[in-house]
Design a protein around this ligand. Structure first.
Ligand code: FES
Ligand code: FE2
Length: 391
């Protein structure tokens, strides 16, 4: 699991006037709205005696109160009021917990879990179609996986599995006709153009037969973004029918992933078609979930030494390379193994921007250990390049 990225913590609609607990990167956080309606995110561990702030309440001071002794924490994580000391009594400067930047976009609450200053953060991925309600109809979906977010993201951009895992999308006989046409990548994202030959959809989209021939070439463009562990799958069914599935795949812990997904379509935009669209996309998630939960190991192998790859895996290799760069050069990977001996004994927290800016504070909670970087800015090693196609 990587720090220093934006992640989706919850749907906007789920956070109203009460604090809400969310778990990301193996840690608990509290979300609460202040009087202006802004969502705030704090570590869920009270630095007095370890109370869970998400079990408390919001207060007149625009704070969240700990349910144990009533200490009140503001949006910056600073204690504003300690009831046992009385109104107006000074609060120790050290009485502060980590607070994280938040943004609401696409009906989701995004939190930046790391200590990078604003100008160094990778942006939340764009999803312009979500705002374009004249041309696109979005629906929300959620899926909970048994599997690491790395495996889930890799599954989301893997085109060659569709022929076997998704009967609505492909069929084994056409597996060797699916082609990657192009791969692009940047520092924290990748995109690939593909052509697939899916069978005609059945069910209430039976009327699709009017618009699209069975097994007609379909252009599919999967993209991934490290921020949010997002996958964007753009499917061009024919010259005027397109679907986009945008999902943020939040690492709840090492082997649990929560996907916040929006499917947008530019055809049949009436509400009456939402139910069928939701049902079909949920089925697709379920088909993937059954495969991902059985993968060995549960986590992504750190090298390709113990796997065999072919030409059609090259987009996944691009994803792995970018991920590895952020582990080996930037040192953003949480060292969960180093935390294991302290389970139940010690509370950890993800370092926040304010912690980095105020190191003199002698912060009460320890931060999660990170895997030390092993190279500086050496070029990406070639070992991740897929082997030539097997004969
Ligand atoms: S444990 Fe939170 S106020 Fe005491
Ligand atoms: Fe899939």
């Amino acid at each position: 699991m990587l720090t220093n990225l934006w992640y989706v913590a919850e749907w906007s609609r789920e956070v109203k006037d009460k604090p809400v607990r969310v778990k990301l990167l193996g840690q608990n956080f509290v979300l609460f709205r202040d009087k202006t309606g802004k969502v705030n995110c704090l570590s869920d561990v009270c630095i007095h005696r370890g109370g869970s702030l998400s079990k408390g309440w919001t207060t007149e001071r625009d704070c969240v109160a700990c349910p144990y002794h009533g200490w009140e924490f503001d949006a910056e994580g600073k204690v504003k009021f300690i009831p046992s000391r009385g109104e107006g009594a000074p609060v120790p400067e050290r009485a502060r917990i980590d607070a994280y930047p938040t943004e609401e976009r696409y009906g989701m609450i995004w939190v930046f879990l790391g200590d990078l200053p604003e100008e160094e953060r990778y942006p939340i991925p764009d999803f312009p179609e979500y705002e374009d309600s004249d041309n696109w109809r979005p629906i929300e979906l959620e899926y909970n996986w048994t599997g690491s977010a790395d495996r889930v993201l890799e599954n989301g951009i893997d085109i060659s599995h569709t022929a076997f895992v998704h009967p609505g999308f492909g069929y084994p006989e056409m597996a060797d006709k699916n082609k990657i046409l192009k791969v692009d990548r940047g520092e924290y994202w990748g995109s690939s153009d593909n052509v697939l030959y899916p069978p005609q959809l059945s069910g209430n989209l039976g009327l699709m037969k009017l618009f699209r021939a069975d097994k007609a070439a379909t252009n599919v463009t999967p993209s991934f973004f490290l921020p949010g562990y997002c996958v964007r799958l753009h499917i061009k069914i024919n010259s005027w029918m397109e679907t986009i599935i945008f999902d943020a795949n939040t690492p709840v812990d090492e082997n649990t992933t929560r996907s916040f997904a929006i499917q947008a379509r530019n055809f049949f935009k009436w509400r009456i078609f939402d139910f069928g669209a939701k049902k079909r996309t949920t089925k697709v998630f379920g088909e993937d979930g059954a495969i991902v939960s059985e993968l060995s190991p549960n986590y992504l192998p750190e090298t390709l030494e113990h796997e065999v790859s072919v030409e059609q895996d090259k987009f996944m290799s691009a994803w792995r390379m970018i991920r590895r760069k952020h582990i080996e050069e930037k040192g953003w990977k949480i060292d969960t193994k180093a935390m294991k001996p302290f389970e139940g004994e010690k509370a950890f927290t993800i370092p926040s921007p304010a912690r980095r800016a105020n190191p003199h504070l002698n912060w009460a909670l320890e931060t999660v250990p990170l895997v030390a970087p092993i190279r500086s800015s050496a070029p990406v090693q070639e070992e991740e390049t897929p082997e030539p196609e097997l004969a």
